[in-house]
Design a protein around this ligand. Structure first.
Ligand code: B1M
Length: 217
């Protein structure tokens, strides 16, 4: 992959320039370059850099929103290519994923969904701010192998525990593996709420799902 393209992609995200990011993502696809590398080293790296600047109060929240928007628009351009290159036709399993109630962070969750899809899983993404009862209804209705709960706030990660409790109340807990993640989430937290697994990032989330479904050691 030409480093120049990756650099330009990252810069477009940092500048919150959605049109430029989409244009460069199209160039990546047209040139048959590695869409995954463009995603990870261009788009995600750009959002994280803006995020770090925001935490250091060097940029405003609006800059973060614009970077996130540019990243998501460009990742939609890369997505079909990523899934196509994943090449796996047979679905390895069904995953329902969403960001919990009260939380509208979706970049990480969408990245996990994208990587699972690219790895051959059927992924149903419920979006953000998903009420507990919706997670429970979708487990009952869609019978997924895995339910993924993303939370980015210390306040909203409590919802992950509430979803697990609701699954128990409804007699559905043993029907599905529950995995959790998001910046404030930890292995200890996952264990304390009775989740089946925790992953620090999207790549490890794919490995975790494969392990839980016995597809990988
Ligand atoms: Co907000 N936000 N944000 N934010 N935001 C954080 C999370 C924060 C840590 C920044 C900070 O202050 N340090 C902080 C939370 C503090 C805390 O509670 N611990 C925070 C805050 C306070 C807020 C608001 C309250 C700000 C405000 O309005 N005052 C507000 C809350 C809105 C709400 O949700 N109700 C808010 C809003 C926003 C935006 C909407 C502007 C925007 C999100 C845009 C969008 O998602 N479309 C935003 C962003 C971008 C961030 C930061 C800068 C970056 C998050 C991100 O996208 N990272 C973030 C600071 C930070 O985390 N560095 C921050 C990139 C992404 C690829 O990483 O999401 O961690 P991440 O996902 C990773 C892993 O976590 C993991 O894999 C992913 C890919 O590698 N993973 C999973 C994620 N989900 C997983 C699920 C899994 C497995 C792995 O299994 C199911």
């Amino acid at each position: 992959m030409s480093m120049d393209l990756v650099r330009r992609l990252k810069e477009a995200v940092i500048a919150g320039d959605r049109d430029e990011a989409v244009k460069i993502a199209r160039e990546v696809v047209d040139k048959g370059l590695d869409p995954l590398e463009a995603l990870e080293r261009g788009l995600v790296a750009g959002v994280l850099e803006v995020g770090e600047k925001w935490i250091k109060e060097e940029v405003f929240l609006t800059d973060v929103v614009m970077a996130a928007d540019a990243m998501k628009a460009a990742s939609e351009v890369l997505r079909p290519e990523i899934v196509k290159r994943g090449g796996v036709v047979k679905k390895l399993g069904k995953v329902v994923i969403g960001t919990v109630a009260g939380d509208i962070h979706d970049i990480g969750k969408s990245l996990v969904a994208l990587m699972l899809e690219a790895s051959g899983f059927e992924v149903i993404d419920l979006g953000v701010d998903v009420p507990t009862e919706t997670f429970v209804e979708k487990v009952r209705e869609l019978k997924p192998d895995v339910l993924g709960l993303s939370a980015l706030l210390t306040t909203t990660m409590l919802e992950q525990g509430k979803v697990i409790e609701a699954l128990k109340r409804e007699g559905l807990r043993d029907e599905v593996k529950v995995i959790v993640g998001g910046a404030p989430v930890t292995e200890e937290w996952a264990k304390s709420i009775g989740a089946d697994g925790y992953a620090e990032d999207a790549i490890r989330a794919v490995r975790l799902v494969k392990k839980l479904l016995g597809l990988e050691k």
